[in-house]
Design a protein around this ligand. Structure first.
Ligand code: GLY
Length: 363
């Protein structure tokens, strides 16, 4: 079976291969480079190390799985590893893992010898549809998540959907939150596909997953090609994220998976748009709510409170939104949906509306 190929039209352009067996293209992607090294995590290495094929023999660093590796200490360890592996200016770093590995590896690649090539092989649904694509790299600082980073586009992305079979249900669901965001942003035919095939998505049917990931990749490739540096239209990708970041922060990082917080953030963005009378498609909220439920995601803040055991008090969520890194001049600006495929950027939402949106959640 031939994987789906999608081009990201930047200078230079690069290819994203999506589908079961996409990793078979790794040797070809690495062929122009005399030296390569692999950054992975211990879980991915033990489950899927064999999928690296002939690259198994390359110097390899396996991080401790989890967000704790994604800090300045972790960055130092990766840079030292690249030096010890003898990588030169014209060498390649291959990342093989979830968003932590691609964010941290991408940053290390952009700094080592002032920038070497990187190829991402994302192994989680979240990384395949979002993190590994588009060139954003980052580590967390004490002050918050993703506060230090660069833009460094990969040479290629290989999203092998057969690796998704071993994800935990929590990790898989988290990826689905970003998938629904892509659907709401207008990824071609994705919303209808998810509504029709929700059962096959949840059972991780290989064919449906390839279509789902490919639709998200096409949308993100197009958005990133139009605004590589996140100065305008790319900000649409933050739909639901100001709410989601507040939920993750108030719950305590690691308690609510990112994409699950995004799912609830999408509902809060829809409610806010409704309250501001900016939602043109008035049936959209009910459609998204029903889809989230079918995909096993929380359909409201109340449902998330019940599922996570986190209090998520309205006042604390609103205070946390004042700290979002997307803010300018101290007040939070939101991406709000208008209809399927259309959003309004940089909307200032008055506190009274935020409180009403956060409170109008039913359990
Ligand atoms: N994850 C949002 C972006 O890549 O712009």
């Amino acid at each position: 079976v031939t994987p789906t190929e999608i081009e990201v039209r930047l200078a230079p352009p690069y290819r994203v291969r999506v589908g079961p067996g996409a990793l078979a293209g790794l040797a070809e992607a690495a062929a122009p480079f005399a030296r390569c090294a692999v950054l992975t995590d211990a879980t991915v290495e033990s489950l899927h190390g064999a999928a690296l094929g002939e690259l198994r023999g390359a110097p390899r660093l396996a991080l401790d799985p989890g967000e704790a590796s994604k800090d300045l200490n972790g960055l130092g360890s990766v840079l030292d590893f690249l030096a010890e592996a003898g990588l030169e200016r014209g060498s390649l770093l291959i990342t093989f893992g979830g968003g932590v590995v691609s964010d941290l590896g991408g940053l290390a690649a952009s700094l080592y010898m002032r920038g070497i090539a990187v190829v991402h092989c994302p192994t989680t649904l979240l990384a395949q549809v979002d993190a590994a694509l588009g060139g954003k790299t980052a580590v967390n600082l004490r002050a918050g998540k993703n506060l230090a980073g660069t833009f460094h586009q990969p040479r290629a992305v290989l999203a092998d959907t057969s690796l998704l079979a071993t994800l935990s249900d929590d990790e898989f669901r988290s990826g689905l939150g970003e998938v629904v965001k892509s659907a709401l942003l207008g990824a071609q035919d994705l919303f209808a596909l998810l509504e029709r095939e929700h059962a096959r998505v949840r059972s991780r049917d290989a064919q449906v997953l390839e279509q789902v990931v490919a639709a998200c990749v096409r949308l993100k490739a197009e958005v990133v090609a139009g605004d590589e540096r996140d100065e305008g239209s790319r900000r649409a990708l933050n739909l639901g994220h100001t709410f989601a970041h507040a939920i993750e922060r108030v719950a305590g990082y690691g308690r609510v998976p990112h994409g699950v917080a995004v799912a609830v953030g999408l509902m809060l963005a829809l409610r806010s748009a409704e309250l501001l009378d900016r939602l043109e498609d008035t049936g959209l909220t009910a459609r998204v709510e029903s889809l989230l439920g079918r995909l096993g995601l929380p359909r409201s803040l109340g449902a998330l409170r019940a599922a996570s055991g986190c209090a998520l008090a309205a006042e604390e969520l609103i205070a946390a939104m004042q700290h979002d890194k997307k803010n300018r001049g101290g007040s939070p600006l939101f991406v709000l949906p208008r209809s399927l495929g259309r959003t309004a950027l940089d909307v200032a939402v008055p506190p009274a509306i935020l409180i009403a949106a956060v409170r109008c959640q039913t359990p």
